[in-house]
Write a protein that binds this ligand. Structure first.
Ligand code: UGA
Length: 444
């Protein structure tokens, strides 16, 4: 089937490459001409585990193409997927739909045969109806149908999640459109993947409600971690005990510096806005949003307390991306904590300096943090002469650091682990002063 994908970001690009991999003819469109040139020349514009191989294979096979022309993308495609951003409004945090609407009105003129227009961008309830009206203003309604197809791909795991989804949610009342989406995912459905058909409006809410629920789980375990710290318990044990209850489940119960990225912060804020607009109190969401901000302050405060008494302290930051497996630094707790730390009164007086390393995110972090920190070429360089090492992103390789070597490199052997990634016994046996989250057994 010929598929047009509009938007080549973290959603559109992996989706396009994966659809090509399962045999479709995919043409991805972006208005950013430089991006399209880069992709055409065989270079990826973002880091996503496992994507390079799929991308190269399907590009070479001619199943994956790139264009900056909406006409090329839409004409002849049976399915057109809108995967453009819905960034938060700077003031209200409401989802800004200008890209979705501009693409929707732009694509209509290029539809010649029955086409299913899929909304993959995360959009507030009712957007599908507005998109359908926009297109219907330009072409006869028999020519198209608008379907909600929320994406549940995690950054860093997008390829894996595409091939092994927990479910595919299709929002439409039209059996014909649902049939086309069934064909789109045929190879996955043949392997037993669940496709859930719901109304378009329900599909829109499912996406927000799911991301917000994940945010609630993270906020909850972070608060429980604080309680553990004060009461002599250990949050890892508590999360394990809770997670074994199949009604709760073990996932998203890892304490940390709060949730980040381009999705959970944005979607919780957008859902809160939808609640307000509809006079429905979403008090839990509001609590998670506020708690997530406080969390970053709290961790910046803990870092500060470990260096404030030192002269010209050097802090090694391990991890800048908002989570492991990605180069994405949008709403990264690591960057926010660094910024909050550098804003502390007294920071300049004591001459605090930071040296940061991340396996993938140095370039994207530099675009935000600029010269606020030194960017190291290796973890060793970041750790050299440091008085404190802070693990801020859950990259698995940080758990395997050669601790004897780390100790030899650092000026003072102190680690603050904001992801509870390291093995406390191993770290302490290696002679480190080790601080982690939610561990009331050993002081902080
Ligand atoms: C999230 C959802 O998990 C995807 O299902 C959804 O498709 C995506 O948003 C989206 O809307 O596009 P993503 O933002 O890639 O995916 O990242 P997550 O894996 O959900 O992690 C979000 C944040 O929570 C990260 O900062 C991560 O470090 C943090 N987290 C996650 C924790 O602090 N603790 C946990 O136990 C799990």
């Amino acid at each position: 089937m010929r598929i047009g994908v509009i938007g080549t970001g973290y959603v559109g690009l992996p989706t396009g490459a994966c659809l090509a991999e399962i045999g479709h003819e995919v043409i991805c469109c972006d208005k950013d001409r430089t991006k399209i040139e880069t992709l055409r020349s065989g270079r990826l514009t973002l880091y996503e585990e496992g994507l390079e191989e799929l991308f190269q294979r399907n590009l070479a096979a001619g199943r994956l193409r790139f264009t900056d022309s909406l006409a090329d993308c839409v004409e002849g495609s049976r399915v057109v997927i809108i995967a453009v951003g819905t960034p938060p409004h700077p003031v209200t945090r409401e989802a800004d739909l200008k890209y979705v609407y501009s693409v929707a009105s732009g694509l209509a003129a290029h539809i010649k045969d029955y086409t299913v227009v899929v909304i993959k961008s995360t959009v507030p309830v009712g957007t599908g109806d507005s998109v359908a009206e926009l297109i219907a203003d330009q072409i006869p309604s028999e020519l198209f149908e608008v379907v909600g197809l929320p994406e549940f791909l995690r950054e860093g795991f997008a390829v894996r999640d595409f091939f092994h989804p927990d479910r595919i949610v299709v929002g439409t009342d039209s059996p014909r459109a649902a049939g086309v989406i069934g064909e789109l995912y045929r190879p996955l459905l043949d392997r037993g993947v669940t496709l859930l058909e719901v109304s378009r409006r329900s599909s829109e809410i499912i996406k927000y409600a799911s991301n917000a629920f994940l945010a609630l789980k993270i906020h909850y375990i972070n608060e429980i971690a604080d309680l553990c710290e004060r009461t002599g318990a250990e949050v890892g044990e508590v999360a394990k005990g809770m997670g074994l209850d199949s009604r709760i489940g073990p996932k998203f119960l890892r304490p940390g510096p709060g949730y980040g990225g381009s999705c959970l912060p944005k979607d919780t804020a957008a859902l809160a806005f939808v609640g307000q607009r509809n006079q429905v109190e979403l008090s839990l969401i509001q609590a998670a949003i506020e708690g997530n901000q406080r969390r970053r302050d709290r961790l910046a405060g803990r870092l500060w307390s470990l260096v404030e008494h030192l002269k010209r302290p050097r802090l090694a930051i391990l991890g800048l991306a908002f989570k492991d497996g990605t180069n994405d630094c949008r709403e990264s707790p690591a960057l926010d904590i660094i910024a909050r730390l550098l804003e502390r009164e007294g920071c300049h007086e004591i001459g605090l300096s930071l040296s940061a390393w991340d396996p993938q995110a140095l370039v994207s972090a530099r675009a935000i943090l600029a010269e606020a920190v030194d960017y190291a070429a290796s973890p060793e360089e970041a750790l050299s002469g440091a008085d404190l090492a802070a693990v801020l992103t859950e990259w698995p390789q940080f758990a395997d650091l050669d601790l004897d070597r780390v100790k030899a490199l650092m000026r003072r052997p102190v680690i603050f682990d904001a992801r509870n990634l390291l093995d406390p016994e191993r770290v302490r046996a290696a002679g480190f002063e080790y601080h982690r989250l939610g561990d009331g057994r050993v002081g902080r």
